[in-house]
Design a protein around this ligand. Structure first.
Ligand SMILES: NC(=O)c1ccc[n+]([C@@H]2O[C@H](COP(=O)([O-])OP(=O)(O)OC[C@H]3O[C@@H](n4cnc5c(N)ncnc54)[C@H](O)[C@@H]3O)[C@@H](O)[C@H]2O)c1
Length: 476
């Protein structure tokens, strides 16, 4: 059944919807009241900002000779909306259909947004019906919960469509490997949504700073984190509840599980998979290697086990054998304190690179170790900025330095800034590849390697043991 989208637009949307009294009550068990109201206000504000920006965005005119690509979106929740906003800025896309099982809510919102931009889109509840009806589609963008990625991607590839599928590629390696096999068998493109792989700042660091200039020397240690403050569970207004029988049809046991699928075993992989997958993917990419071992400590230390199955805290150590020698990489994710947000920190014997997708918090900083050769050549070439010199007036700082203390290294900046939404370059790379103008930055095989690395953490936590990877584990 195609879905009626003529009713007024829903007032609430994904993570950025208006929070009602019921949501507030749902959240009270986990968040101190003041924090919750601050949270609700902040969410509402960011939702309104996003809406405004999307409405104000001028759609870039497509050059006359640009062949349009017919696109559908499957999964129009929080991330589906983010991808849609980014895609609306890319010329030459013709939106034809949206599919989402939350028909009165996310589906209607996405269809109405696209209609405002004058696209003739049809809404579907069931992806099989979409594939049946929309024969002209070239590409499908998938942003459903992780456990749906394999069935959705395989069906779309087999129907002859190119696919952009969000990370984590799948919640199981078996699912991820079926996706690789389907991409190979059909010859269609499959891009996995590790969007840092197309971010110009990350590409500059990988290709120029680490690859060509080798500014860090030999990388021996890495650390990174995604720390998140406590947040209330997601809810839904009473009138938008999905009947239980329909939820079951799509693999969800309750509305709570439907909204908070990340926390449930068999649906997502908890914070380490949800958040860590982005950054652990960068570890492999920047080190040019896969880990040989992993050990991890984690647990459900804080959240309510009745509504949270996965670990809310994970502390992980990977061991790598890189071309330059051994390296160890620490990663932590926790959901009880947002201190210092998220970043990756690569430390070599000649320098350090501190980077994050969040440019506002970590604008790409480099520190040259005092014993390393001068970086003048790279400053002149514009690869890094000149060092920031912090001169302190003696009287301002009464602290006494011990003569044995190391001199703090010079701070440089990565001079490449992404002005577009984070996901836009990765989507552009996908559409350029469809037009034969680019190679995918994160094809199925790379997504698989990343899934192998990340999914093993939950195994290691459960086993309470140091686990090993074989090189062939990374091949689908
Ligand atoms: N790349 C990134 O930065 C990033 C950020 C957030 C989320 N994600 C990924 O995006 C995906 C979606 O996450 P989200 O935060 O939007 O979740 P969400 O719960 O907000 O949205 C999921 C949407 O999928 C719909 N859905 C569920 N089952 C479906 C089915 N069988 N058919 C059609 N629609 C279905 C739901 O109704 C909902 O609208 C996840 O894989 C997540 O890991 C990626």
């Amino acid at each position: 059944m195609a879905v009626d989208d003529t009713k007024p637009e829903a007032e609430a949307a994904g993570s950025g919807r208006k929070l009602g009294r019921r949501d507030v009550l749902l959240g009270l068990s986990t968040v101190p009241a003041l924090g919750l109201f601050g949270y609700a206000w902040q969410k509402q504000r960011s939702y309104e900002q996003r809406q405004r920006q999307a409405a104000e965005a001028v759609r870039p005119a497509a050059p006359a000779d640009l062949e349009p690509i017919d696109v559908a979106l499957v999964g129009a929740g929080a991330q589906g909306q983010v991808l849609l906003d980014a895609m609306l800025r890319i010329p030459g896309l013709r939106f034809r259909a949206v599919c989402d099982i939350w028909t009165d809510f996310n589906l209607r919102r996405a269809v109405n947004t696209l209609k405002k931009y004058k696209f003739e889109v049809t809404g579907y509840e069931d992806y099989r019906q979409l594939l049946d009806q929309e024969k002209e589609l070239d590409a499908v963008v998938i942003a459903t919960p992780d456990f749906w990625h394999a069935p959705h991607t395989v069906a779309c590839l087999e129907a002859g469509k190119h696919v952009y599928c969000e990370k984590e590629m799948s919640n199981t390696l078996e699912g991820a490997s079926r996706m690789v096999a389907a991409a190979r068998a059909t010859g269609k493109l499959l891009q996995i949504g590790h969007q840092r792989r197309s971010n110009p700042r990350y590409l500059h660091c990988h290709d120029k700073l680490l690859g060509e200039a080798k500014l860090l020397g030999r990388i021996v240690t890495v650390n990174g984190q995604w720390n998140r403050a406590v947040a209330p569970d997601l809810g839904a207004p009473d009138r938008y509840q999905i009947p239980e029988a329909r939820l079951k049809q799509f693999g969800f046991r309750s509305m709570h599980e439907f909204r908070n699928w990340r926390w449930y075993k068999g649906k997502g992989g908890g914070p380490i998979v949800d958040l860590g997958s982005h950054q652990i993917d960068v570890y492999n990419w920047f080190l040019g290697a896969f880990p040989s071992h992993v050990m991890a400590s984690g647990g459900l230390d804080y959240h309510d086990p009745k509504t949270h199955e996965w670990y809310d805290t994970a502390m992980v150590v990977y061991e790598y054998e890189t071309a330059q020698g051994p390296a160890r990489a620490y990663y932590q994710t926790q959901t009880t304190n947002g201190s210092q947000g998220y970043f990756e920190n690569f430390m070599g014997d000649q320098g350090t690179l501190l980077i994050s997708e969040s440019e506002a918090n970590y604008p790409g900083r480099l520190y040259r170790d005092p014993n390393a050769p001068a970086w003048d050549e790279w400053i002149q070439k514009g690869y890094v900025t000149a060092p920031k010199i912090v001169e302190k007036e003696a009287e301002e700082d009464p602290s006494v330095l011990d003569v044995r203390e190391s001199v703090s290294p010079d701070e440089h900046r990565v001079p490449v800034v992404l002005r577009d939404p984070y996901h836009q370059p990765h989507l552009e790379n996908f559409f350029d590849a469809i037009r034969g103008k680019a190679r995918l930055n994160c094809p199925a095989e790379v997504g698989y390697e990343s899934a192998v690395t990340v999914l093993k953490v939950n195994e290691a936590i459960e086993a309470k043991q140091r686990l090993s990877f074989r090189p062939e584990d990374f091949k689908a």
